[in-house]
Design a protein around this ligand. Structure first.
Ligand SMILES: [Zn+2]
Length: 556
């Protein structure tokens, strides 16, 4: 049995007989899985994130008894993010404040109605603006954030008060969207829905502390955890890829073994690749399984060797082979028990059958659905919209096409978004721009199709008041409720013209372009849609299973 032990300064995988060795350092073990770790949370940080749930309860002023008691006893202002610890604070309050001080930079002010005081509420990243000026002009004292930010021209020109130049610059380069139905609030900025969770708190801490290096692409490690094999196989592969299985080469390097030479064959140093592939006690199994080509035995690093063969055809056979080669090595070296080749091959084939049964879908259970433009046959003006986030560096854009029910092009639009790489924002912007254009054109009845299921859900249901885009969502809802406009979800296959326009927008530097005639390259797609061409869409059987009603199990 192996237990994970943490001691001050050092950490290791340790056998229960107290003779374990350090295989992978603690910092690596506690990194997220996609960055090469095991995703184990550090106890101290995990505790901070759980305390963060209490901070969140206080930020949103839930009407809980403990929130009311602590707020009235310790918190002077309405906002816990400014609260401090005093000498007579209880241990509970001290812990909450400690967690708040660590997490408070993850919160940000989100504009709603804009009715917050420009001077005396903490809406900017500079702190209270009122505290940054020696005197506030009497004409400005009651100004709200909205009063200043809806001023035409430079926002700072709305004021009689002189602001410090850096603050004035920052304000002039900031813009907000306002909607009277949405309240100004603090939101948790690391979740788009604005709601704090312990999980997002932990991710934010990792990013903020610099322990997560976002430079490294996640595919370097995430392939291991996507493999459809038992967890113990993944752990072995993870150790191999970290050069951390206790081969004689590693033990000798750490002066824990007198020699690095393989005890089984005595022919070579027992490196990881020798142990798992090249030693004649291992290679005979691989050859018997049919892995005989030169490339198989020539790959120079264990990481590449395993990744190449684990993500190809015959991956189950390869992975089962890897597992039993390691087990055979251990059996020979630790128990002095050598297995016959047929015994190993039989074990491997049994394991392959188990993996196939447990993890792989039965083929041939896919249903097909035909998808085309305006799939629901609406007889009014049809607007298709889409967002796009593609490329390195990522470019964000949006676009849409408005047609009559026969598929005749009426008008299109496209644009790029420089401020974000969030696809949800691009999708919502596309919807808002498209609907606004329809209003300008005086269209009375319209259906809008978007392939963003999340956007449709946000627009058709009540939205969290903390959502980062709550104002934009409310603006769209206001348009939809005041006119004979409706919004529907469509699949990608029925939204190809909008997809074209969104990519056109992302590739441009224009913030918004109206297209009164269809771009030349769009014409074939328009023709295909107008002819009612249908495209097949494969749907996995699990999709249907999800919608079957489950019969409740009644205990007798
Ligand atoms: Zn050997």
């Amino acid at each position: 049995m192996i237990v994970l032990i943490r001691q001050p300064g050092i950490s290791f995988w340790k056998g229960t007989n107290n003779k374990g060795i350090h295989l992978v350092n603690w910092k690596k073990v506690t990194s997220p899985k996609q960055l090469g770790g095991l995703g184990i949370r550090k106890a101290r940080d995990a505790n901070t994130c759980l305390l963060g749930k209490l901070v969140w309860d206080m930020v949103q002023s839930t009407n809980k008894l403990w929130v009311n008691i602590l707020t009235s006893k310790y918190s002077k202002g309405p906002n816990i993010l400014h609260a401090t610890r005093t000498s007579n604070s209880s241990p509970s309050w001290s812990s909450i404040i400690k967690a708040k001080n660590i997490l408070c930079n993850g919160y940000q002010w989100r504009a709603g109605s804009g009715s917050s005081s420009f001077w005396f509420q903490n809406w900017s990243s500079h702190g209270l603006i009122g505290s940054l000026v020696p005197i506030i002009d009497i004409h400005d004292i009651h100004l709200t954030v909205r009063d200043v930010f809806t001023h035409n021209g430079h926002h700072s020109q709305a004021l009689y008060t002189i602001l410090p130049p850096t603050i004035a610059d920052s304000i002039n380069n900031t813009s907000f969207r306002f909607n009277d139905r949405v309240e100004d609030t603090f939101i948790w900025s690391y979740n788009t829905n604005g709601v704090y969770t312990a999980k997002s708190g932990y991710s934010w801490l990792l990013c903020n502390s610099g322990s997560v290096n976002n430079q490294q692409p996640s595919f370097v490690w995430s392939w291991i955890w996507k493999l459809k094999i038992p967890e113990k196989f993944k752990l072995l592969i993870w150790l191999v890829c970290h050069n951390a299985i206790p081969t004689l080469s590693l033990l000798h390097h750490r002066q824990m073994a007198p020699s690095a030479t393989c005890l089984r064959c005595g022919e070579d140093e027992e490196s990881i690749l020798h142990c798992l592939r090249d030693c004649r006690f291992s290679s005979q199994s691989w050859l018997q399984l049919g892995f005989a080509d030169n490339g198989f035995f020539n790959e120079g690093t264990a990481h590449n060797w395993i990744k190449t063969h684990a993500t190809r055809a015959l991956s189950s056979l390869f992975l089962a082979g890897l597992w039993w080669t390691w087990r055979h090595h251990n059996s020979m070296c630790l128990s002095n028990d050598s297995w016959s080749l047929p015994h190993i091959i039989r074990n491997i084939h049994h394991t392959v059958a188990d993996i196939e049964n447990a993890f792989h879908e039965v083929p041939g259970q896919h249903a097909e659905r035909m998808i085309r433009w305006n799939n629901d046959n609406y007889g009014c003006v049809v607007l298709n919209v889409d967002g796009s986030c593609l490329g390195t560096p990522i470019r964000t854009g949006y676009g849409g096409v408005m047609r009559n029910s026969a598929g005749f092009f009426l008008e299109g639009f496209s644009g790029s978004i420089a401020t974000t790489t969030d696809i949800l924002f691009a999708e919502l912007t596309a919807i808002h721009r498209g609907l606004s254009m329809a209003i300008e054109k005086g269209i009375e009845v319209l259906v809008c199709y978007s392939d963003s299921l999340l956007s449709i859900k946000l627009l058709n249901n009540s939205t969290s008041r903390f959502h980062a885009y709550a104002v934009l969502i409310q603006d769209i809802k206001d348009i939809l409720s005041s006119r004979n406009f409706s919004i529907h979800h469509c699949l990608r296959e029925g939204n190809q013209c909008a997809d074209f326009m969104a990519k056109l927008g992302a590739a441009s530097n224009e913030e918004f372009v109206r297209h009164t005639s269809a771009p030349y390259d769009l014409l074939p797609l328009i023709r295909i849609d107008a002819m009612g061409t249908a495209f097949p869409r494969a749907l996995a059987s699990s999709f249907f299973l999800f919608f079957f009603p489950f019969v409740p199990f009644l205990a007798l």
